[in-house]
Design a protein around this ligand. Structure first.
Ligand SMILES: Nc1ncnc2c1ncn2[C@@H]1O[C@H](COP(=O)(O)OP(=O)(O)O)[C@@H](O)[C@H]1O
Ligand SMILES: [Mg+2]
Length: 283
């Protein structure tokens, strides 16, 4: 018989005795480190809770969000928090200092989020097949989706803020702006050369579509002007072209964008833009 899978010879085995195996219960380095981290986290939490810029509408962040922010600090993605850039319905965006440059920190609000609406975008996206109904899960998937969408858009040659890190409901990305002042949205500036701007946005839409993505909330509010270039932001709700509503979202994007440029004096319509964008995928 081979020794494999055989039992130990009972006679040869040691009888279970009442000997006491000494367990080392003294502090290990791990314990000490954990305690130090707990203390540091407590300090961090107090600091954040007292910080004026975080006394945003809807109160302070929940414990798990604070943990996520702390993790991002620990991982070296954030050095110090600056002021709020935007307080939206679903997310707050803050300026923060990082070792290399300023960053934008987008914090999704789990409780305030328009959860039913979010689910509509997630369901049907093959990347989030088994998301289920839990509110928290939906928001966490949403944050990851925005990160993934930014990566995909970037790879497709669309100017978007470089995604740096994602932790729970917090996304860290490149800050578009200078000296701590956010770049302005397309809708906030005098568009000097609408033809060129329109060409660029159309090309971005074509590239996104070729990469299998539909922005889903594209308008002059989610395009910013930075370094004399146009940048697309807010890709949380972007869906793949396989999403059952992707066509509806694309039509709406085209409508918004074309209407904006029509107001700038260009002769264009949503249908025309849609034809260009969809042709981009067929060739
Ligand atoms: N990376 C960034 N750099 C600079 N400003 C940003 C950045 N991301 C967002 N913002 C600013 O914050 C606002 C809200 O961000 P956005 O991602 O559009 O979220 P919302 O879902 O609230 O619209 C934007 O309109 C823009 O002014
Ligand atoms: Mg937006």
């Amino acid at each position: 018989m081979s020794d494999e899978h055989s039992l130990i010879d009972a006679e040869g085995a040691e009888e279970p005795g009442d000997e006491w195996e000494a367990l080392d219960v003294s502090d290990t380095d791990v314990d000490r480190t954990a305690r130090r981290q707990d203390r540091e986290f407590s300090k961090f939490r107090e600091r954040i809770k007292d910080a004026d810029q975080f006394k945003v509408e809807g109160g302070v962040f929940d414990e798990a969000t604070l943990r996520a922010l702390y993790t991002l600090v620990q991982h070296g993605h954030i050095d110090a928090f600056g002021g709020p850039i935007s307080t939206g319905k679903e997310a707050h965006v803050f300026l923060a200092a990082a070792p290399e440059a300023d960053v934008a920190v987008k914090i999704y609000r789990i409780n305030a989020s328009d959860f039913t609406q979010m689910r509509r975008y997630l369901e049907g996206d093959p990347r989030f097949d088994d998301i289920g109904g839990k509110k928290k899960k939906v928001v966490l998937a949403w944050t990851k989706k925005e990160f993934a969408n930014l990566k995909r858009a970037q790879a497709a040659g669309v100017r978007v803020p470089n995604p740096i890190a994602v932790e729970r409901n917090v996304l860290v990305m490149e800050f578009l702006g200078s000296d701590g002042v956010r770049a302005r949205r397309l809708g906030e500036v005098e568009v000097e050369n609408p033809e060129t701007a329109y060409e660029v946005v159309r090309e971005y839409m074509c590239r996104l579509h070729r990469a299998g993505l539909v922005h889903g909330d594209l308008s002059e509010y989610n395009i910013v002007v930075h370094d004399s270039q146009l940048w697309v932001i807010d890709l949380g709700q972007a869906v793949t072209v396989h999403h059952p509503n992707s066509r509806e979202f694309l039509e709406r994007d085209c409508e918004n964008v074309a209407n904006f440029f029509a107001r700038q004096g260009l002769e264009t319509t949503g249908e025309e833009l849609l034809a260009d964008v969809t042709a981009a995928r067929e060739d």
